[in-house]
Design a protein around this ligand. Sequence first.
Ligand SMILES: NC(=O)C1=CN([C@@H]2O[C@H](COP(=O)(O)OP(=O)(O)OC[C@H]3O[C@@H](n4cnc5c(N)ncnc54)[C@H](O)[C@@H]3O)[C@@H](O)[C@H]2O)[C@@H](O)CC1
Ligand SMILES: [K+]
Length: 537
Amino acid sequence: MNVATSQEMREIDRRTIEEFGVPSLILMENAATRVVETLAQRRPTLRGARVAIVCGKGNNGGDGLAIARHLAVRFHARVTVWMIAPDPGALSPDAAANLEMAEKFGLTIHWIADGVSVELGQSLASSDIVIDALLGTGFRGALEGGGASAVEAINAAGSAGAYVVAVDIPSGAEADTGNVNGPAVRAAITVTFALPKIGLLLFPAAELAGEVIVGEIGTPPALLEGVRARATSAADVAQWIPARINGRDSNKGKFGHVTVFAGSAGLIGAAALSAESAARMGSGLVTLAVPEGLLTAAMSVANPVVMTAGLPQTPKQTFSSRALDDALALAEKGTAAAIGPGLGGVKDEDLQKFVREFVARCPVPLVIDADALNVLSLEPDRGASLVRGRKAATVLTPHPGEMGRLLGIETAQVQERRLEHVRHAAETYGCAVLLKGSRTLIATPDGRLTINTTSNPGMATGGAGDVLTGVIATLLGQKLAAGDAAAAGAYAHGLAGDLAVLSLGGAAGLIAKDIVDYLPKAIGKCQLESDGIISGS
Ligand SMILES: NC(=O)C1=CN([C@@H]2O[C@H](COP(=O)(O)OP(=O)(O)OC[C@H]3O[C@@H](n4cnc5c(N)ncnc54)[C@H](O)[C@@H]3O)[C@@H](O)[C@H]2O)[C@@H](O)CC1
Ligand SMILES: [K+]
C-alpha cells in the first residue's frame, strides 16, 4: 500500500486540479462525503445525533464545514460548528466557500479565535459525535493557544464518551513524521483521503488515529502510484516469496543456501538463532560458521539441520583475519551470507580486520548486523566506502544505537527523525538499510522507503534481531532485491512475533526462539491473505 507525505499529497491534489480539471471544491466535497458515509456505517444512530465539528482555517476546516452541511441535510443531525479562527477573512478559499454554503444552509456556527471557551467544552461534552477538522496535512510543530485548548476540549469529550472522528489526521500530529509535539487529538477513527499519510503509520500518531479508513476522493489512480513510500502488505510478501520458491520443480538448491558468520565466547546462542531462523524461513541449506574453539558448543546448541564450520580465531575466541580465505570460500558456496550476530570483541583489531575484509570481498548478497555494524562504524567513512564498493547486494540492519554510530550522531537524534536518517544511511552506504523500531523502516539508495506495520512490544527481547538477520539473508539468498528482502523479512518477522504473542496469550514472556518457530505460520498467513482465503488483521 502506498503512503504519502504532505508534500506529495499537495502535489497530487494540485495535479488532479490543474491537469485533470477536477475542481478543488469537488475534492473537498468527496472528502466530506467519505467521512459522512463512514459515520453512517459506524453510527447507526447518526440520524438526529448531536454532532460538534471543530474547524480550523485551512482546508481541513473546509472539509469540516462540508461535513457539517451533509450531516445536517442528509441525516438531520443537530450540528454545531466551532470555528477556531479569528474571522472569515482568515480562511483558505475553499474553506471560505464552504463557510458561505454552511451559513446559507442555516447551520449554527460559533467563532472563537483563542479557542478558550466554556461553551465549546460544554458543547463538545454533550455531543454524541465530535469531528476534528482543526488541522490536517498543513500542520507542523506544536499546538499552542486556541488550537491546544480546542484539542483538549475534544479529548475531554472523547473521554466522556463522545465518538471522536479525525478528518485526514488527528490534529496536533505531524503528517510526515507521526510526531506529536504538544496536545493532539485522540480519535476513535480517522478518515484520511486518497492515500494514508506517512504519519498515520508511525507512532505516536498511529496510536492516536484509532482505526484508519482511506477515503477515495476522485484522485486519478496514476497519480497515487508516484509516491516514494509504502507499507508492506501480506500480499507483497506472498508475491515476493513464492515467485522464487513455489516452482513445480522445487529442490533444495532452489531455496538458497545461507551462510551465517556469527558467535563468540558467551554469544553462541545469537549465532544459533540466526542460523535456525534462516532454516525456518525456508532456506534450503544453512551453514553456521563460528570461531573454531566454539564449534562443539555451536553443534550442541544449533538445530541439527544447520551445517557447522569452525574458522581460525583470535585468543579471545572471535574470528581472526586468518579466517578470511576460508570464510570467503564458504560464503561463495552459498547464495547469501550474514555477518554480525554475537561477534563480540569489537575492540579486537584482528576481528576488525576480518570483518572489514569480509564485507569488502564477500561475493554473495550479505546482511550486515550487530557487531559487524559496530566495526564498520568505528571509522564510518571507511565503513561506508567498503559497503559502497561491494559487488553483490547488501542490507544493513541497525537498531537506533547502531544507526547513530553508523552516522556519527546520537541515538536520540536518530529517533527524532527516523525517516530522514534511514534514507540518509541508505544513500551514504549505497545499500538497503533497515532501521529497527516499533515501526521498522527500510530505505534504499533510490529514495524509496518502506514502513513495516507488523511486530509488537514483546519482541523487544534478546535475540529478536539475530532472528531477523537470518530471515533477511534467506530472502536475499532466494534472489529477492535487497529492499524487498528487507521489507518482506521485517514483515514476516514481525508477523511471526504477533502470532507467537497471540498463541502464548501475552507479550512479556515472548522469547526470540518463539519468533523463529512462528515464521512458517507467518509466511502461510501472508499467502492465505494474499489469496483472499482469510482477511488481514
Ligand atoms: N488540497 C486539496 O485539494 C484537498 C485538501 N483536503 C484537506 O486539506 C487539508 C490540508 O489543508 P491545508 O493545506 O489548508 O492545511 P490545514 O487545513 O491542515 O491547516 C493549515 C493551517 O494550519 C496552520 N498551522 C500550521 N502549523 C501550525 C501550528 N504549529 N500551530 C497552529 N497552526 C498551524 C497553518 O498556518 C494553516 O493555516 C488536508 O489535510 C485535507 O483535510 C481535502 O479537502 C481534500 C482535497
Ligand atoms: K484533523
